[in-house]
Write a protein that binds this ligand. Structure first.
Ligand SMILES: [Fe+2]
Ligand SMILES: [Fe+2]
Length: 241
């Protein structure tokens, strides 16, 4: 087990930081900013495509809140001396984002709602780690984001229910089959050379597998409640497919 060297909320913007801590913190913040922006852009593109009043309002709220999450991550980086224009330079290489971009490029309405149901739900568990961050402003910011992320996947579950009625269980099940491995992969590889460092620096609190297990424990009953089945995977370990 990795020993956590930095307690929750123990580091502040003016605290002395080792180069390792500062660069790792900036990379993780930049990754969060990117994920929030991908979500904001995906949801906002769909606002004009539904005429259903509840769905339109929900999507607009999602787009606004994800933009706000991105904004807050960018502001934390600015406080550490990185201007908004340079945030992208700090992002790590992540296979997940390009995959979502490709899939999201040809999504249907049911896919979009499935993303809100599953991907936002998986994101919740990542932000849960950040709420215990050793970097105090990030822990504080993440607590606020968590409250909103909870409503995102609750809304997603509600709209999935509507979709099952509207287009039938089989089509929703097919969309679930497509996004389920994406959500599981989003939790990251089982063996990551970086994870030990994130845990030690207090920038994450669980291993990727532990976070994935927490997500599964929460998501699987919700899938069952919709009358859907947890998809059977061809490969039940990372990368899932
Ligand atoms: Fe978010
Ligand atoms: Fe969200």
């Amino acid at each position: 087990m990795t020993l956590r060297e930095y307690p929750v909320a123990s580091v502040h913007p003016d605290s002395p930081m080792t180069e390792e801590y500062r660069s790792t913190l900036l990379r993780k913040l930049a990754d969060q900013a990117r994920a929030e922006l991908v979500a904001a852009h995906t949801y906002s593109r769909w606002v004009h495509r539904t005429s259903n009043p509840e769905e339109k309002l929900h999507l607009a709220a999602l787009a606004q809140e994800e933009t706000d999450h991105w904004f807050r991550a960018v502001k934390l980086m600015e406080e550490l001396g990185v201007p908004a224009s340079r945030v992208a330079d700090y992002q790590t290489h992540d296979v997940f984002i390009p995959i979502v971009r490709v899939l999201a490029g040809r999504i249907r309405w049911v896919d979009l709602l499935m993303m809100s149901f599953l991907i936002d739900h998986a994101a919740y568990f990542l932000v849960e780690d950040f709420a215990q961050s050793s970097y105090a402003p990030w822990a504080e910011m993440s607590k606020g984001i968590l409250v909103e992320e909870e409503t995102h996947s609750d809304f997603g579950a509600h709209f999935m229910e509507v979709q099952v009625e509207k287009i039938g269980q089989a089509r929703v099940q097919r969309a679930l089959r497509k996004w389920w491995p994406v959500a599981l992969n989003m939790c990251g590889p089982s063996k990551s050379p970086h994870n030990e460092r994130y845990l030690r620096l207090g920038l994450k609190t669980r291993t990727n597998d532990d976070r994935r297990a927490a997500f599964r424990d929460s998501a699987e009953p919700k899938i069952g409640k919709l009358g859907l089945e947890v998809p059977r995977l061809l490969r039940n370990r990372y990368p899932f497919f």
